[in-house]
Ligand binder design. Structure first.
Ligand SMILES: [Zn+2]
Ligand SMILES: [Zn+2]
Length: 203
C-alpha cells in the first residue's frame, strides 16, 4: 500500500498538458513512465505499448470506464490520460439533474468517491479530479441500482462497494469519519482492492 501511495503522490505532482493528442498522449506516457520509475522501478517494465491507433481506441474506451485487461497497461494509460485536458467533452451537468454519471467538466469516468458531511455521495473524476454529485446507490460501471445487488464493506472511514451485476468495486471515503480527503491515498486504496480482486482475495 505504501508504494501505491508513493506512486499516486508522485503522479499527482506532474504537470498537466494542454496540447492536442496524440502528441500530448505520447509525451504524457513518457512522463508517467519516468515518474513511476523513480518510485516503483519495474512496475511498467513488462508493458509493451500497442500501435497508436490501438492506443487512441483504448484511451477512448478507458474514458468511458472500459478498462483494458492488463492492469499495468491500464494504469499507465489512465495516468497519462490524466495529464491531458478534456474541457470540450463535459456537458456541464445536465439541467434538471443535481447528480451526474460522468464528470460535468470533462465527461470522464469517476474512479473514487466520498460521502460529504451530510452523507451525500460524490464521485471524483478519474481524469481531472472534479467532484460531482452522484446517485447515493448505483454502480458507476454498469448502472446497477438495485440495493440487493450492491453490497459494501466498511474498513474504517472507507466503504468498498461491490456490484453483484458486473463484479466491479468502487471505493468511497466517508468524510464524517475522516474529514481529510487525500486523493493519492484514496486512489492507492482503490488500486489495492483492485489488485485484491485480481488475486481473488476477500476484502
Ligand atoms: Zn473530469
Ligand atoms: Zn456494476
Amino acid at each position: 500500500m505504501e508504494i501505491l501511495e508513493a506512486v499516486h503522490r508522485r503522479l499527482s505532482q506532474l504537470a498537466r498538458r494542454r496540447e492536442p493528442w496524440p502528441e500530448a498522449l505520447k509525451e504524457a506516457l513518457l512522463d508517467v513512465q519516468q515518474a513511476v520509475e523513480q518510485v516503483a522501478p519495474g512496475l511498467l517494465s513488462g508493458v509493451r505499448l500497442p500501435t497508436q491507433d490501438k492506443l487512441l481506441e483504448d484511451a477512448k474506451r478507458l474514458r468511458r470506464g472500459e478498462v483494458p485487461e492488463d492492469p499495468a497497461y491500464a494504469f499507465w494509460l489512465h495516468q497519462a490520460l490524466r495529464l491531458i485536458s478534456w474541457p470540450e467533452e463535459g456537458d456541464g451537468g445536465l439541467p434538471g439533474k443535481d447528480w451526474a454519471e460522468r464528470c460535468p467538466a470533462c465527461g470522464g469516468f469517476p474512479d473514487v468517491g466520498y460521502l460529504d458531511a451530510e452523507g451525500r455521495r460524490f464521485h471524483v473524476c478519474a481524469f481531472c479530479d472534479t467532484s460531482f454529485r452522484a446517485l447515493r446507490l448505483a454502480c458507476p460501471y454498469c448502472g446497477e441500482a438495485r440495493a440487493d445487488h450492491l453490497v459494501y464493506y466498511e474498513e474504517g472511514p472507507y466503504r468498498v462497494y461491490v456490484c453483484r451485476s458486473c463484479g466491479e468495486r468502487f471505493v468511497v471515503q466517508d468524510l464524517r469519519l475522516k474529514a481529510e480527503l487525500d486523493l493519492p491515498v484514496l486512489r492507492a486504496r482503490a488500486a489495492w482492492y483492485a489488485l485484491a480482486e485480481e488475486e481473488d482475495v476477500e476484502v
